[in-house]
Design a protein. Structure first.
Length: 290
């Protein structure tokens, strides 16, 4: 249900379904900046992982209710506290299989548990660009007049957590398409790429048997060439020390090494190294990353 109450600073609002020109739509959650904004008026977009949903949905689930502290609305509040000068937009998956598996079909082709198939193109960039514009317009209609909204986004931070990292992986695959085959169709994607200042991969993982991290050298060389984008990688043993999924550690290591060899400076951190692997520590990275 979409909230209709007029909200101010420090509040979280469910915008409901936001549709773009293509006809695609995603539910969005929004939080306004809580500190005076810089002239750039930065925007942060977050993509969550499996299990994360509205709190009432998680509370009604036998297992997922244990992690309601990291519901999408609570995570929106958490991000607002970490990034107080940013407009926060949290993108809800278009499909939640079995009320657990996040499937971001509007950004990347996904199977029944949300494992992606990454392909070249520009569709995810176009959808995200339009979704941000329409999301901010919707938020402006539902917030107090003293909150200043950017006429155009100039400073963008993208964060993927767990399954949500598949969108970042699709985006960088498309960055390579745009930079390799530049033509008049790519004016919007090129402008969008120039707005991105930070990309965060937080403990990426999905139920597929590979490609949790992008390891294609050409794609990562293109990403490294975009020197205005700062790359942040935060992981926990839950993903990178999982003996049942050893490819996650190998791919994460390759992702970082290829980017570093290409001249990219990565902010990398392994959290909870001394703790026992657990799903709780996986979610706690949302509290710990900086």
């Amino acid at each position: 249900m979409c909230a209709c109450k007029v909200l101010g600073r420090g509040s979280v609002i469910r915008l409901g379904f936001v549709a773009v020109e293509s006809g695609l739509k995603n539910e969005l959650i929004y939080a306004p900046p809580s500190t005076p904004q810089e002239t750039t008026k930065p925007v942060l977009v977050f993509f969550g992982g499996d299990v994360q949903d509205y709190p009432e949905v998680m509370e009604a689930h036998r297992d997922n209710k244990r992690y309601v502290e990291w519901s999408l609305t609570e995570t929106t509040s958490l991000l607002a506290s970490k990034f107080p000068s940013h407009h926060i937009l949290v993108v809800k998956p278009s499909r939640m299989e079995r009320k657990t598996f996040s499937c971001y079909d509007n950004f990347v082709t996904s199977n029944s548990v949300g494992a992606p198939t990454h392909t070249p193109g520009i569709a995810a960039i176009i959808h995200l660009n339009d979704l941000i514009s329409e999301g901010l317009r919707s938020a402006q209609e539902k917030t107090e007049a003293h909150i200043t909204f950017p006429e155009s986004v100039e400073d963008l931070t993208l964060i993927g957590f767990s399954k949500g990292c598949v969108i970042l992986n699709q985006l960088i695959t498309e960055f390579h398409t745009v930079k390799t085959f530049e033509d008049e169709r790519h004016n919007v994607p090129l402008n969008f790429i120039q707005k991105i200042s930070n990309m965060y991969w937080l403990d990426g993982g999905h139920a597929g048997g590979s490609k949790t991290w992008i390891t294609e050298i050409s794609v990562l060389n293109t990403l490294a060439s975009l020197s205005h984008i700062k790359i942040h990688v935060h992981v926990t043993p839950y993903q990178v020390e999982d003996e049942q999924r050893p490819w996650i550690k190998r791919e994460c290591k390759s992702f970082c090494k290829i980017l570093q060899r290409a001249g990219c400076k990565i902010n990398y951190k392994l959290h909870f190294e001394e703790e026992e692997r657990s799903l709780f520590s996986h979610f706690k990275i949302l509290n710990e990353f900086a």
